[in-house]
Design a binder for this molecule. Structure first.
Ligand code: SAJ
Length: 412
């Protein structure tokens, strides 16, 4: 089977890798010529375990190539970003629409087109289907269209792409069947056949579920800070109940999924989606909460920021709450940023960041930060104070003052 994948990012590239590992030929299309050139040399641009080796091999064996333009294939998979439109929170389908338009000259009767990008409910039927109908195809008869959302965890993408169950939402049952034959090439989880609109909303709700739960944990952190209770202990103890799973509070919710997908539902039914919007607002308020507490700890001086990725052990900083925090704190403090997963000429080494710092502010749970010798580091600082917003530092010597969401109330 030959597959043409439009968008070679965090989802498109690992998906391409798995097809090549399962005896398919893949052309990976991207608009960025630097990415395309590098991919054709077997050099990948995302930090994700396992992908590099597979793509290198696939290029060597001639089963993978990258291109700026699509090619004829049996199946086309669209994995391009879908941001939200700031004015009304609705799903910005412009990249998906242009990706669909770009494949039209290469489509043949009997092809399957799959949208993997997360999209608002009704998008496949109302916006995407007409693009192909206008080009002369009859969906379900001579072209098969489906929405099949990905559901993988960055850092474990390869494993989850293979083993997770997969929602296959066809425009017609025949479309679902054709799309499931594509994923049958490498997916070992269940292929769950449904309608496109059900697939769209299921995907958005998965991430909304998590966003709402994180908002609850963040709200708890704020309540505890106000009334003088250790939020982290509350979470630990409440989670001993067999049916309770309180999530972890943090500096806010980032990434390309949780911070965006709930808005797609909200935009469709704003009068009804009250909890969803409140959860978004609560999570968006966390950077401000962090800054307020930093200002209670110190009023001037230098802050060493540890980590700007949106989550631990990834180099992905899309929608990271760290940037809002840095922007706000830069008004009153000297800021030095260290993140071992992100290449940025403005970021500095751990030593340089912590030298003469008055506070270490941990914003990301990279493994490297869990294993640091904070005793040694603090000797380099002006004041040995740490504010750990991710609760990754368990013990420090008495000389170091450690704040986390368990004891912020002591600042009141
Ligand atoms: N976070 C918290 N507290 C928690 C858990 C997470 O503050 O208890 C924060 C993280 O620090 C991060 C953000 O939430 O900033 C999102 O991280 P995440 O690990 O929850 O999720 P993502 O965005 O990396 O991946 C999610 C996953 N969805 C669900 O778990 C329902 C993943 O399975 C999806 O495939 C992915 O979105 C996606 O592509 O949609």
């Amino acid at each position: 089977m030959k597959i043409c994948i439009i968008g070679q990012g965090y989802i498109g590239l690992p998906t391409a890798a798995l097809f090549t590992r399962n005896h398919c030929n893949v052309v990976g299309v991207d608009v960025n010529d630097k990415i395309v050139n590098n991919l054709n040399k077997g050099i990948i641009h995302i930090e994700e375990p396992g992908i590099s080796e597979i793509i290198k091999n696939a290029v060597k064996n001639g089963v993978y190539s990258a291109s700026l333009t699509p090619q004829e294939a049996d199946a086309f998979i669209i994995t391009v970003p879908t941001p939200y439109i700031i004015e009304n929170y609705s799903c910005d389908l412009s990249y998906v629409i242009s990706a669909c338009e770009s494949i039209i000259p290469y489509l043949k009767e009997g092809n399957t087109v799959i949208i993997e990008s997360t999209i608002a409910p009704m998008s496949t039927n109302e916006t995407i289907k007409p693009i192909f109908e206008k080009a002369g195809f009859t969906i379900g008869k001579n072209l098969f269209l489906a929405h099949c959302p990905e559901r993988v965890l960055p850092g474990k993408i390869l494993e989850e792409l293979v083993h997770n169950d997969r929602i296959i939402g066809g425009i017609t049952p025949e479309c679902s069947k054709k799309a499931s034959e594509v994923y049958g090439q490498f997916v070992e989880g269940d292929l769950m056949l449904t309608e496109a609109k059900t697939a769209e909303l299921s995907k958005c709700m998965e991430n909304t579920f998590r966003d709402v739960n994180i908002a609850l944990a963040n709200e708890l952190a704020k309540i505890c800070t106000e009334i003088g209770v250790n939020a982290l202990d509350v979470i630990k103890l409440a989670n001993k109940h067999p049916r309770v799973n309180l999530h972890s509070p943090g500096p806010g919710v980032g990434g390309h999924c949780l911070a965006i997908d709930p808005y797609f539902i909200y935009a469709k039914a704003p009068e009804k989606a009250k909890i969803i919007k409140l959860a978004r607002d609560t999570n968006n308020s966390m950077p401000k909460f962090v800054c307020e507490n930093v200002k209670k700890i110190i009023s001037n001086g230098k802050i060493a920021i540890l980590g700007v990725s949106y989550k631990g052990n990834t180099g992905d900083d899309r929608e990271s709450p760290a940037y809002e925090i840095i922007q706000e704190l830069s008004k009153d403090f000297k800021i030095a940023i260290h993140d071992p997963h992100i290449k940025n000429p403005n970021f500095v080494s751990l030593d340089e960041a912590t030298k003469n710092a008055d506070l270490i502010l941990v914003l990301c749970d990279h493994n490297e930060f869990k294993e640091l010798d904070y005793d040694l580091i603090s000797k380099n600082m002006s004041k040995p104070i740490i504010f750990d917003t991710k609760n990754i530092i368990k013990e420090v010597p008495n000389e170091i003052k450690l704040y986390n969401y368990g004891n912020l109330y002591s600042l009141n």
